[in-house]
Design a protein around this ligand. Structure first.
Ligand SMILES: O=P(O)(O)OC[C@H]1O[C@H](O[C@H]2O[C@H](CO)[C@@H](O)[C@H](O)[C@H]2O)[C@H](O)[C@@H](O)[C@@H]1O
Ligand SMILES: O=c1ccn([C@@H]2O[C@H](COP(=O)(O)OP(=O)(O)O)[C@@H](O)[C@H]2O)c(=O)[nH]1
Length: 468
């Protein structure tokens, strides 16, 4: 059986911290079941790049990591990845910064990844590269002679062509995707935008899953990531979760809880969420003192200015709303800038009558699925979900809303609070079926089985061996 080599920007060891991004959580689970290696950046910086690889094995996940120079982190991670591609791919060209240094740093770090990872790769290995940090890596590995089956998965949206063309050298970047054999997106919408770009900007053709530019044909598929539903259900029943559930419920004094859990990111629609909740408080004085919104928002990408700005905006907005509506024994918003481990989160999700997930754009949004998985089947809460999250394509029985409309959000909160048990159960069951069926294992198997089925060109050494 072929080994799986996963390559992503961040390599996060299981349980190292309770504050992990969705990709990190998903890949740890997927890799544990394979004998592969997870290669990426250690998260550490070094004075001069050495190419030294640190190997480790934690809970069945083998990792190989490299340190980067500070300039690399500035130009590649903070710069091109998070000041250029992230805002652009989340439809925020107003926030996107286009700088040659960023592009140069991005290519330099991708080259560093290619140089250090390639000696670890054997001809029969299957390589799976993840996310917008590493788009050109596949091409760089091919340039080094690798003939392996190679896949790429984009965890964030693919933007409409009319936005993507604002990126300098956009077609150069997109053309590198044709070095892979299979390219995956979370939803049909992102896939459709990719195909549109290829046809309009690159003169490519589309035939079902096959997309051709020049002499290269790749498979481009929609394959939504899931969660480990069973593990999450178990987490919600664990002692830790129950203790957290009890602590949260006791603090609420019978008030229903609305919960939000997000990295502190402008794409998550936190400002709009606070405004929608404030609208609810304004429109429904009868609910004053009878509801609490707890927003868990661990800070993220704090070296990037737009993230510092959203943090400042939310600090003042939460303060303003609380100042306006609080009473001596009631605070309408509990705004928490710290992360929680997943089993504690499961208890918090279960304690909440409403899960409020309102991104303005989101590749998938695993929190929405985790909220569903953590509910008590006998008395499930209601998920209010932005129609602009990838998860909305599957969780159609959530209360789907437009996060830009405070009225819609306010109406949905009112409706969720009053929703009868049988409707809550019916909606939850339909969502849970989807979360259980298209779980993390399903996602990995759909993608890797496509990749495994690709006919591999033998490496030069293998052809020579065969010739005897
Ligand atoms: O590594 P960070 O810069 O701290 O960011 C954390 C992760 O954020 C993004 O997550 C995306 O992937 C999720 C799983 O597929 C998806 O549900 C979510 O909608 C996306 O935003 C990013 O794409 C990851 O690379 C980061 O690790
Ligand atoms: O305090 C926290 C906040 C978030 N998460 C996890 O971080 C992930 C967030 O993934 P999502 O797809 O929702 O968004 P992303 O941050 O990847 O854009 C989910 O698995 C959450 O359980 C966590 O473990 N602790």
């Amino acid at each position: 059986m072929s080994r799986l080599i996963v390559i992503s920007n961040r390599v996060s060891r299981p349980n190292k911290s309770g504050n992990q991004g969705g990709l990190a959580v998903a890949l740890a689970q997927a890799l544990r079941e394979s004998r592969g290696i997870w290669f990426g950046w250690s998260g550490e910086t070094t004075d001069a790049f050495t190419g030294h690889i640190g190997f480790a094995e934690d809970q069945g996940v083998k990792t190989a990591t490299i340190d980067l120079e500070e300039q690399d982190v500035d130009e590649y991670y903070n710069g091109y990845a998070n000041k250029t591609l992230w805002p652009l791919f989340h439809f925020r060209i107003d926030l996107a910064e286009y700088a040659r240094d960023f592009e140069g740093g991005y290519n330099r770090v991708n080259k560093r990844f290619a140089e250090t990872a390639s000696p670890l790769i054997e001809p029969d290995d299957v390589i799976w590269v993840h996310d917008y940090h590493l788009i050109p890596l596949g091409q760089m590995l091919r340039d080094r002679g690798l003939k392996n089956r190679m896949g790429f998965f984009l965890h964030i949206p693919w933007p409409p062509t009319r936005l993507l063309v604002s990126l300098p050298h956009h077609s150069k970047l997109v053309s590198t995707l044709f070095a892979y054999d299979v390219v995956g997106f979370h939803t049909e919408e992102w896939l459709e935008s990719f195909r549109h770009y290829v046809e309009r900007e690159m003169g490519g053709t589309v035939d079902g899953d096959y997309v051709t530019v020049g002499d290269r044909t790749i498979q481009a598929i929609a394959c939504p990531i899931g969660i480990n539903a069973q593990e999450f259900k178990d987490a919600a029943d664990s002692e830790t979760a129950q203790a957290m559930f009890g602590k949260v419920r006791a603090s609420l004094q019978d008030r229903p809880l609305v919960v939000g859990v997000d990295r502190l990111d402008y794409s998550k629609g936190l400002e709009e969420r606070f405004n929608g909740y404030a609208r609810f408080l304004k429109d429904h004085p009868e609910h004053h003192r009878k509801i609490v919104l707890t927003q868990i928002a661990p800070p993220s990408r704090g070296d990037v200015e737009s993230y510092q700005q959203i943090r400042a905006t939310l600090d003042s907005l939460a303060g303003r709303i609380n100042g306006e509506y609080s009473d001596v024994d009631w605070t309408p918003i509990r705004y928490v800038n710290q992360g929680y481990p997943r089993d504690e989160l499961a208890g918090i999700y279960r304690a909440a009558k409403i899960g409020l997930v309102t991104p303005l754009r989101d590749g998938m949004n695993l929190v929405a699925k985790e909220y569903v998985a953590a509910q008590d089947p006998k008395d499930p809460g209601v998920l209010i979900l932005s129609r602009f999250a990838g998860a909305a394509m599957q969780l159609k029985d959530a209360l789907l809303i437009n996060p830009y409309s405070p009225e819609e959000m306010s109406d949905a909160i009112l409706r969720a609070l009053a929703m009868p048990l049988d409707e809550r159960q019916r909606r939850w069951r339909a969502m849970m079926d989807s979360v259980e069926k298209q779980d993390i294992r399903w996602w990995r198997e759909v993608f890797t089985s496509r990749l495994m089925a690709v006919e591999r060109e033998p490496a030069a050494a293998e052809t020579e061996d065969a010739a005897g």
